[in-house]
Each structure stands twice: as structure tokens, then as C-alpha cells.
Design a protein around this ligand. Sequence first.
Ligand SMILES: O=C1C[C@@](O)(C(=O)O)C[C@@H](O)[C@@H]1O
Length: 244
Amino acid sequence: MRQVVVNDLVFGSGRMKICVPVCEKTTEAVLDAVKEIKTTPADLIEWRIDYFDEDMFAAAPEILKAAAPLPVLCTFRTKAEGGEKAIDPMDYFAMNAQLSALGAPLVDLELFLCEQYDDIAKETVQAMHDMGTKLIISNHDFSKTPAREEIADRYKRMMALNADLPKIAVMPQNERDVMVMLAAMNESTAFCGPLIGISMGELGKVTRVRGGAFGSVMTFASKGKASAPGQIDAETLSKMLNEN
Ligand SMILES: O=C1C[C@@](O)(C(=O)O)C[C@@H](O)[C@@H]1O
């Protein structure tokens, strides 16, 4: 299987990697959260920049350094996909390229924005890859689970945009939706190799624990504040992942 290497982490080898998000407004609070997360079995840290109220470019080097040896996934989740802030699309692409220039090892770009601004997205992806950043291309639906074919198609479109790790998080309305998501992930691994798939909420918790058997290589866990419904505490999740 294709593998994706970010610092010392090899996605596509061994168990799902545990990513713990930080949703804080200030540099001081982010640094405190990073310190706390480093006491957990987290493999990487997601910095949710849409929560951040200070100058992200001034803070980034310090935050990346504080997290080391854990890599930081930089994510500005837009309002349209369940994030905290709206952002002008041109600023969005420029911001992500700048984070890459500042040394971000892994950055999340949203599929729908990339497709809407295809030319600038392709240029940005290329520039970020040239600077050594790996890219997650993502899509979120906080209200429902699209059809299996649609989920599989979105994974394919992410790969067409040169994603290193395609990621989809959806909300199940019933048990069947969770199985739809697992089936879409399982079928998509043949095409994508390592991917990330999450069925959110209480019903979808199984995907955060056993998604690895269906092709998922990263699972999001909480330390304190959760950034999405259904996230399991990092220590608890790590024990569950190791119980094979
Ligand atoms: O895309 C994701 C996945 C997520 O929504 C989850 O369901 O755990 C949490 C977000 O912080 C992250 O950016």
C-alpha cells in the first residue's frame, strides 16, 4: 500500500495515528494545550486555526517547535464546513501557502473550495508540495451521510487534486449510514491507498476505533475540549486501538 510519511510518522503502516485537535484563541492557551497533549499517546496535533484570534503567522513557528517531535496538522476549517470563521477564498489559499512556508508539515485544504477555485488550488497544492508540506484534502458533512457512490467519488476527486491523505467526515442518521461510510472507505482504499474516514457522533464512534480495518489511517481524539461530536478521549482511544 502507498505510504505517506510526515516527519517520523508513516501513514499506511501500523495502527491508525491519533491526532488531537487544539481549539484555543491565544498563543498562550495553544502552547498550554500542546504541552498537555504531549502527555497523552497522541501521534500528532491538529492546530484548529479557525479558533485562533491572534496573528497565526507570528505564532506558527513557536507552536510547531513546542509540538516537536509531534508534527502539527494546520487546519483552518471554514464556516461552510462546520468551522468557526468564514474566510475570503483567496486569503484561504494564501494563508495555507504561508503556513507551508513557515514549516507546517501537514495542512488541511477543503475539497469544495479547491474545486471552486481550481486554478489557484492546483497552484497552491503544487507550491505547498514543493515546500515539503503533505496535504490532507477534506470534506465534512455535519448533518448527513451522502450515498456510498458520492463518498467514493469525493475521495477520488481529492486524489485528482493530488491529496496525500484524502479525508471525509460525515454524520450518520442511523446505523446503516455508518455502514455506508465504512463501505465507501473500504472500496476507496483500492484507489486511494491510505485515507481518513470518520462517521461522527455517538453512532459513528466505531469508525474512530476500528476505522483502520476499513482503510483509515488517522483518528481524531480529544484532550479536554472535543472539536467534533463522537471524539473519544486520547488515552482511552489509545488503549482501545492497542487491544487487538
Ligand atoms: O476533519 C476533522 C475531523 C473532525 O471533524 C472529527 O470528526 O474528528 C475533527 C476536526 O478537528 C478535523 O479537522
